[in-house]
Design a protein around this ligand. Structure first.
Ligand SMILES: [Zn+2]
Length: 243
């Protein structure tokens, strides 16, 4: 199309990973797309981790049974590696809109079932001191766009981070877990009671921060909490370690 060409001539689009010119904005080139470790079915219904072969709908991994995370289902669009890391960094430090739109699109696809089963979409909150320094919560950006695309309620003010990093020294696993929960506070319990919540973040690492958010929302009466992230770090689920 002529006008498309003109538009692209004015604002050339670049691959979010390697920077080569691409046809569409908020996209990656073919070579980088092929390098992305996209997570598709079959995956563990609880952890969202890939299965080598299809074990049927709702199949759960040994890790999920052993660790029993507090969320109902978690999904991620891609594995965290050098390629996806580049996109995550772009959302945090530069091309925010472009990288964010790409990530939100991939997440909407990976989490379409979770989104359909949710009443509201809640971002993992950033502590206000960090928000002030960076002036941007990448989880909120992603949650807002996923909510917009699915017609679900975007609820960025319901879950708040009241402490940056609770001291964990000298605490056992259970005490650390309880301590992590102290970092988060629900501001409007009545709005959460009985609601199905989809918690959104950019990356899921050890799961400690996300687990603390999930537990806080469940203690406030959420019917269930699912978790959707852009990337998933292949590390054991360790809810007592802060990430
Ligand atoms: Zn590229």
């Amino acid at each position: 199309m002529f006008w498309r060409g003109v538009l692209h001539g004015l604002t050339p689009a670049h691959c979010l990973v390697c920077g080569v010119p691409v046809q569409e904005a908020a996209a990656v080139c073919v070579a980088c797309w092929q390098k992305l470790a996209i997570l598709e079915a079959p995956v563990c219904n609880v952890m969202g981790t890939p299965f080598i072969y299809d074990q049927g709908d709702g199949a759960v991994s040994a890790e999920a049974i052993a660790m029993a995370p507090p969320w109902r289902k978690a999904r991620a669009a891609v594995l965290f590696d050098d390629t996806s890391k580049e996109i995550v960094h772009r959302l945090k430090y530069s091309d925010r809109t472009e990288a964010g739109l790409f990530m939100a699109r991939m997440m909407a696809r990976a989490g379409r079932q979770l989104t359909a089963e949710a009443d509201m979409i809640v971002p993992v909150p950033l502590h206000w001191t960090r928000l002030w320094k960076r002036r941007f919560n990448q989880a909120a950006f992603l949650a807002q766009h996923i909510a917009k695309g699915s017609g679900k309620v975007f609820a960025p003010m319901i879950l708040n981070r009241i402490r940056a990093t609770p001291p964990q020294v000298g605490l056992d696993a259970e005490a650390r877990r309880k301590n992590m929960r102290k970092a988060f506070l629900v501001s409007a319990q009545s709005q959460i009671k009985g609601k199905r919540i989809l918690l959104v973040d950019d990356v899921r690492t050890t799961g400690a921060t996300i687990a603390a958010c999930v537990e806080t929302l469940k203690l406030a009466g959420a019917a269930h909490v699912d978790v959707l992230t852009f990337a998933l770090v292949r590390a054991p689920f360790r809810p007592h370690i802060e990430d």
